[in-house]
Write a protein that binds this ligand. Structure first.
Ligand code: PGA
Length: 307
């Protein structure tokens, strides 16, 4: 498996040469990929490669949650349409259901659209729910599932979320699969246990990992302004990648994007993006401002190192 393309790569799998102490839990795993690194012998016209442990393209999602009006969303879409976005990033926004049609019909094709939830199976007599078929009908390509607000405010459990993910994937939607620990779980030293249990529920249910992006979102960091440090995030992302390697496959571990969410903004994204296992972001509050969201998308540049 070669992880480095011979032209200016979007995602090279290139690791930084200086060892990072925070990677210690899965050093052997990283060494394994490092040993497979093949740098192009004569670099093509290319300014930089991206330093990432995984081989997936940088991914930034904007979760608008239950915010916006027709007018504010018209302005946000217009700001996004005129934003200059780095080309080597997958960009997705998730408006509230009632504005999906407005957004899919006015937003540039450069940005894909996600729903914030979907029903567990085929539509029918399920008052208040929205089916995957309806989301596809309206032009949605993704759905966010397992978000902490659905887990902890609405009360969705691991199995329910896993079934939703399986249905959405089987019907061809991409899934942004959220995991993350509560503050008391972190303080009790249970961060990895909680994340692995949530991950296992997805793994047990999904037909394939091809269209899944994992969003690690510590609950204590969501909407609180208390962002995880780059080291705290990197430590969990390494552990998640290692879990995928051991419990799914090496290929899935390498290909699956693991993005970070929780109080990401235009000022802290650059430092977070530098971490090797942070493959992008899921952004709440700061995604409601077009220029700031564009800054977060463009933080991919801090991952680039000279080729
Ligand atoms: P936040 O939300 O950026 O406002 O913390 C992130 C999320 O919930 O996805």
């Amino acid at each position: 498996m070669s992880m480095v393309s011979t032209y200016c790569p979007h995602f090279s799998g290139l690791r930084r040469s200086s060892p990072n102490l925070h990677n210690a839990p899965s050093q052997s795993f990283l060494q394994h990929f490092s040993s497979q690194l093949r740098l192009p012998s004569s670099p093509k016209p290319c300014r930089a490669v991206i330093a990432m442990s995984g081989s997936g393209k940088f991914f930034v999602g904007g979760n608008w949650k239950c915010n916006g009006t027709k007018d504010s969303i018209t302005k946000l879409v217009s700001d996004l349409n005129s934003a200059k976005l780095e080309s080597d990033v997958d960009v997705v926004v998730a408006p509230p259901f009632v504005y999906l049609d407005q957004v899919t019909s006015s937003l540039t094709d450069r940005i894909e659209v996600s729903a914030q939830n979907s029903w567990i199976g085929k539509g029918g007599a399920f008052t208040g729910e929205i089916s995957v078929e309806q989301l596809k009908d309206i032009g949605c390509k993704w759905v966010i599932l397992g978000h902490s607000e659905r887990r902890h405010v609405i009360g969705e459990d691991d199995q329910f979320i896993g079934k939703k993910a399986a249905y959405a994937l089987n019907e061809g939607l991409g899934v942004i699969a959220c995991i993350g620990e509560l503050l008391e779980e972190r303080e009790a030293g249970k961060t990895f246990d909680v994340c692995f249990q949530q991950l296992k529920a997805f793994a047990d249910a999904v037909p394939s990992w091809d269209n899944i992006v994992i969003a690690y979102e510590p609950v204590w960091a969501i909407g609180t302004g208390k962002v995880a440090t780059p080291q705290q995030a990197q430590e969990v992302h390494v552990a998640v990648r290692d879990w995928l390697k051991k419990n799914v496959s090496e290929e899935v571990a390498s290909k699956t994007r693991i993005i970070y969410g929780g109080s990401v903004n235009g000022s802290n994204c650059g430092e977070l993006a530098k971490e090797e296992d942070i493959d992008g972001f899921l952004v709440g509050g700061a995604s409601l401002k077009g220029p700031e969201f564009a800054t977060i998308v463009n933080s991919v540049t801090t991952k680039k190192v000279a080729a």
